[in-house]
Design a protein around this ligand. Sequence first.
Ligand code: AMP
Length: 454
Amino acid sequence: MNTFANLNLAPELLRALTESGYTLPTPIQTQAIPLVLNGRDLMAGAQTGTGKTAAFALPMLQKLLPHASSSPSPARHVVRALILVPTRELAIQVEASVKAYAKYTHLRSLVVFGGVDIKTQIPSLRAGVEILVATPGRLLDHIEQKTVQLNQVQMLVLDEADRMLDMGFMPDLKRILALLPSLRQNLMFSATFSNEIKKLSSEFLVNPELIEVARSNATSANVTQKVYLVDHADKHALLATLLRGSNAAQALVFTKTKLTASRIARQLQREGFTADAIHGDKSQLERMQALDAFKSGKITVLIATDVAARGLDIDQLPMVINYEIPSAPEDYVHRIGRTGRGGAFGNAVSLVSSDEEKYLLEIEKLIKTQIERVSLPKVELPVAKPAVHAERSVELRMRPAHNTKKPVHDAWFNKPYEPSVTTRIEEVVVSSRPRSQIPALFMPKKTIATDAEN
Ligand code: AMP
């Protein structure tokens, strides 16, 4: 049987693994650990949730053990392993894992990323670390300021390499690689295998072993996928209904843009949900607070853009909702990979409007699966009032907080307005469809007063 002990890991690492609750290695760990211990370069195709972090971190720590020192002297703690990741969230997560696995060793790790004051990172760097986890931009800042030395790096990991390329990090990566000793071991992890990834791997890996734990671009069999075909104007109501109706304790909702993420968070908050958004316009502190609140269960809905959510590892996340499906099909795989992790079951629901159906077909082509479509039943209600009244009244109920004389800037409409009952009614029209065509699933339970009735 494959056990961590059979993989010849050191007792201090085995102890930390037992403490982390790991009993058996995952397939990527079984494959990667012996190869890395043997000094091979590696090109690994592994989705998030497969245990890929431990697959590189454990053999890395084992190889660095001879350098572990209890001395406080910075000279005894030089950077020997560099882990480059595309986002701050992933950086934090990876370093937290490294720290947990290194708990019973004297190896030190540190994470540096942009968006926070660089000065706060300098004292820890000066104190000395063996394993540095970094986003490329901030690492270059440190290199320029001469606050980090990379001339002893013997192992380099490029994690989520496909996303690094997507995010335009190639020039930064090349600059960093040029500063590292040429004799080193290189490990590259990527969820997808595009031609660019193959090119990158041929440029910086030496005679690599290729391992893949799942078909590239495959989705987990543990995730039930569904598509709701819905008009764009009805998406929010459907989202709220899904959130209320599902048994899922928490849901991660994806949007394409930062603006939509913020808007949905605000709207859900007004409707009584505990919700928050994370995206690139939020400060690092805000993003970390929102993520912590979600992880600890204080908020039940987290709305995120692809970049901000990359690498998020949330235990037991039961549901992912794509408020908008991504135009890059690989992003769909990454998004729904947030649920159904570690053998658990998950649900992935996508709200797809007619203009997005072309992306849906691309996704299905990539994952080689036809996703179940759910069409919403329509109800026939007598249309007592002009359609526009019904639509307006829904928004009146949703936006009571704007009943103020202070000018409010509403990013949704992207213009300032002076809220008053009349103004609000004019501003909030989201659709001109008659009420009788609103899908039954998300008709409001109570009849909502229209402006005429008020
Ligand atoms: P990753 O794919 O590295 O993001 O890991 C996904 C999750 O699986 C993380 O929460 C890890 O702590 C967890 N994990 C990794 N390896 C194991 C293992 N062998 N047994 C149980 N959980 C694991």
